[in-house]
Each structure stands twice: as structure tokens, then as C-alpha cells.
Design a protein around this ligand. Structure first.
Ligand code: HEC
Ligand code: HEC
Length: 207
């Protein structure tokens, strides 16, 4: 299904690690797009606009972050049961070059806002996201993920992401099934109703 043969031999010869965006040439872009359309779109939707809320939106996500996640699935260090069940097998046959080209492809797609939710919940979510909650020890998410939740570099974009996926990740950070120290500390102090509030706010945000 995912064929390394799609990648020109010369490119494979030249590359050992991840690629910079300006190193991804036309044929590599085309190869990545073919894999995205024929394989990844089954779950992540056309151009990374997934429909089912279990599958994360990839459109407009940062290429650096996407590449790091694909490498973590392949190395089997992102260990949530859904990561294991769906993505370990997907990432296994991909080499670094192909992963970088796929990350670049999704990074270039235009993100969209998701559905709006309950207004009171959204308002509470906005408050947590922008200001945090000092008494509960919750830092403002925007300090790292950006004031518009569009992220930067290794801080993922959260705007427009599905509530269900966001909730699942926060719980996985909490239990360390997805083992990331920064987000573990934050998820530990985030009560479940605030998780839902912040996820509801984030889903409604557009580009
Ligand atoms: C059979 C369904 C399925 C297919 C096909 C699939 N994925 Fe996924 N993908 C998932 C699920 C489910 C998750 C969320 C895992 C979790 O909850 O930790 C995910 C997560 C991801 C993430 C992490 C996103 C984030 O925000 O952290 C990336 C990147 C990704 N997939 C890329 C791909 C690429 C590239 C392909 C094609 C080669 C692909 N996926 C094919 C189901 C799929
Ligand atoms: C100190 C910086 C920092 C703060 C503050 C922060 N985050 Fe994060 N967050 C990160 C980093 C770094 C990652 C990427 C983790 C990785 O590499 O897997 C991340 C990942 C995430 C993800 C996973 C996204 C995906 O696509 O899978 C979610 C959800 C998330 N953060 C939500 C939040 C929320 C909600 C808050 C506020 C309550 C918050 N974060 C505050 C640094 C931060």
C-alpha cells in the first residue's frame, strides 16, 4: 500500500534524516500526495480534514510537529492504545524522507474552524486557554500554543481540532500513556469539566 518505490532513488541516496521544506522537490511532493490520498485520507479525510472525531485533523498542522509524531509512532514511543492500534502500523513502513514529505503536505493544507459548542462552556474554555487559572495552578495554554491556538514549531496547532480527539489526548497525557512531561504536568491539574471547556473552545476556532 505504501511503496517506497514511489520515492526517486536519487532522493533516498541523499537523505538520512528529516528534510527541510525547501529540500522537498516536486516528485517527492507528488509521492507524498499519492500516499495521503490513497492511504491516510481513509481516516484523516481529504487534505487532512477528518470527519470522524476520533481521527485528528492534520490540515495546517506544523510540519515539524507532524514529523516528530510520525517518528514517535514508528519508534513506538507514543503509546496510547489508539496510537498503537492505528498509527504504529501506518508509520512502520515510512522512511524519514517520506515522513517529512507527508508532514510538509499536511502542513501546507488550509485549516478550518470546527463546530461551535455550548456558549457557556466555550467562554470558560476561552478563559482557561487565555488566562489559565492561578488558584488551580493551570497555566494559560496560549503561552505555548499561541494566542490564536495556531501553535508554532513543536507546539501543535489546536484550533479547529475535534473535541473528542483533544479530550483523549489530555487524558493520555494525564495517565502518561502519551508520555510528554510538559503536558503531563498540565493535564494533572486540569479538572475534567475544564478539559471539556477548553476542548469545546478550541474546536470552534478557525485559522
Ligand atoms: C485506520 C485509520 C488511520 C489511518 C489510515 C491513518 N491514521 Fe493517522 N491517526 C489515526 C488515529 C486514530 C490517530 C490518533 C491516535 C491517538 O489517539 O493517539 C492518528 C494520529 C495521527 C497523527 C498525530 C496527529 C497529532 O495531532 O498529534 C499523525 C501525524 C498521523 N496520524 C498521520 C498519518 C499519516 C501520514 C497517515 C498515512 C500514511 C495516517 N496517519 C493514516 C488513524 C489513522
Ligand atoms: C509549557 C508549554 C505548554 C503549555 C502551557 C501547554 N501546552 Fe499543550 N503541548 C505542549 C507541547 C510541547 C506539546 C507537544 C507534545 C508532543 O510533542 O507530543 C503539546 C501538545 C498538546 C496537545 C496534543 C495535540 C495533538 O495534536 O495531539 C493538546 C491537546 C494540548 N497540548 C493541550 C493543551 C491545553 C488544553 C493547555 C492548557 C490547559 C496546554 N496544552 C498548555 C506544550 C504546552
Amino acid at each position: 500500500m505504501i511503496r517506497r518505490a514511489l520515492i526517486p532513488f536519487t532522493v533516498l541516496m541523499l537523505v538520512t534524516g528529516g528534510l527541510r521544506a525547501d529540500e522537498i522537490d516536486g516528485s517527492l511532493r507528488l509521492a507524498a500526495e499519492r500516499i495521503a490520498v490513497s492511504t491516510c485520507a481513509t481516516c484523516h479525510g481529504p487534505r487532512g480534514h477528518s470527519i470522524a472525531p476520533k481521527f485528528p485533523v492534520l490540515a495546517g498542522q506544523h510540519a515539524n510537529y507532524l514529523l516528530a509524531q510520525l517518528q514517535a509512532f514508528k519508534a513506538q514511543t507514543r503509546g496510547d492504545p489508539d496510537a498503537l492500534g492505528y498509527m504504529w502500523g501506518m508509520a512502520a513502513p515510512l522512511d524519514d524522507t517520506t515522513m517529512a514529505a507527508l508532514a510538509d503536505y499536511y502542513g501546507r493544507q488550509r485549516p478550518e474552524a470546527g463546530q461551535r459548542g455550548d456558549p457557556a462552556l466555550t467562554a470558560r474554555g476561552q478563559q482557561i486557554y487565555q488566562q489559565g487559572d492561578a488558584t488551580a495552578g493551570i497555566p494559560p495554554c496560549g503561552a505555548c500554543h499561541g494566542p490564536h491556538a495556531d501553535g508554532t514549531g513543536m507546539y501543535p496547532r489546536l484550533a479547529g481540532q475535534h473535541v473528542e480527539y483533544l479530550m483523549k489526548q489530555l487524558r493520555s497525557f494525564q495517565s502518561n500513556l502519551r508520555n510528554v512531561a510538559i503536558m503531563h504536568g498540565i493535564a494533572q491539574v486540569l479538572p475534567v469539566h475544564d478539559m471539556l471547556a477548553v476542548a469545546t473552545y478550541l474546536q470552534s476556532l478557525g485559522p
